[in-house]
Design a protein around this ligand. Structure first.
Ligand code: DGL
Length: 270
């Protein structure tokens, strides 16, 4: 049994949606979170740049003696395919657990996937779903404006900008009658109320953070790495720029105040 923390990273704030789920599922685990707020967004960058950043992010987490590294970022998970090979601890990303949950959920065999430009361009979810069940049809759509909309806080179900953008991006998927929709980017679960209202209650929304947290807990259990402490785990937050912005927006993602518990890191040193 291990008290070492679980390391989670994302290009910015969005990975906190995964942290929220990890804390709900494994409240005794310690967590170290790194959000690359100085270099976000990753979603429109080249694979070479995303790979370089992701490896620095993982090395930073390893410097905190983490027992597992989780890439909560859909973009990193989709484009940096050799990350696990470079690490001395178990590594998981969001693709497999999320794709598996969608395959499990669909009844009509029509799954929609939304994500950043890099994620959709890589066809990562589509390939994983087709590996799991080749009879399933996958419909993809990149939604590059969703991330800035969330960062600006335009997230209420009544927000006209959020509603209009959701309608513009998701109309085709709705017309294609998908019954399951993968929210393939860390930020998208924040838009769940707006997305859910538009696509309708019959469409199951799959949250990559949640599915990855469930998968992480199974893997830690299998490897005998769960923390058996009875006290609540600690969470350390690190960012590469502007801790004050992080503290404010993190409360939206986590539904709780993280106070002063955020440190700035010079990520180029890793
Ligand atoms: N974290 C990214 C993802 O999940 C979204 C933000 C970005 O483009 O960096 O794909």
């Amino acid at each position: 049994m291990s008290e070492q923390p679980i390391g989670v990273f994302d290009s910015g704030l969005g990975g906190l949606t995964a942290v929220k789920q990890l804390r709900a599922i494994m409240p005794h685990e310690n967590i170290v979170y790194f959000g690359d707020t100085g270099r976000v967004p990753y979603g429109n960058r080249s694979t070479a740049t995303i790979s370089r950043y992701a490896k620095q992010d993982a090395r930073f987490l390893l410097s905190h003696d983490v027992k597992m590294v989780i890439a909560a970022c859909g973009t990193v998970s989709s484009t940096v395919l050799d990350l696990g090979e470079c690490l001395p601890v178990p590594y998981i990303n969001v693709i497999l657990p999320t794709a598996a949950a969608a395959v499990e959920a669909t009844k009509n065999g029509r799954i929609g996937v939304i994500g950043t430009r890099a994620t959709i361009g890589s066809c990562s979810y589509k390939k994983e779903i087709e590996k799991l069940d080749s009879s399933i049809q996958v419909f993809q759509r990149e939604c590059p404006l969703f991330v800035p909309i969330v960062e600006e806080g335009f997230i209420s179900p009544d927000d006209p900008i959020a509603k209009l953008t959701v309608e513009r991006y998701l109309k085709e998927l709705k017309d294609q009658q998908v019954d399951t929709l993968i929210l393939g980017c860390t930020h998208y679960p924040i838009l769940k109320p707006v997305i859910g209202e538009y696509v309708g209650m019959d469409v199951k929304l799959i949250d990559s953070g949640k599915e990855t947290a469930i998968y992480a807990s199974k893997l830690l259990k299998e490897k005998g790495l769960l923390n058996d402490s009875v006290s609540e785990g600690d969470c350390g937050f690190y960012v590469s720029d502007r801790t004050e912005d992080f503290t404010n927006t993190a409360s939206i993602f986590l539904n709780s105040n993280i106070g002063e518990n955020v440190e700035r890191v010079d990520i180029w040193n890793y």
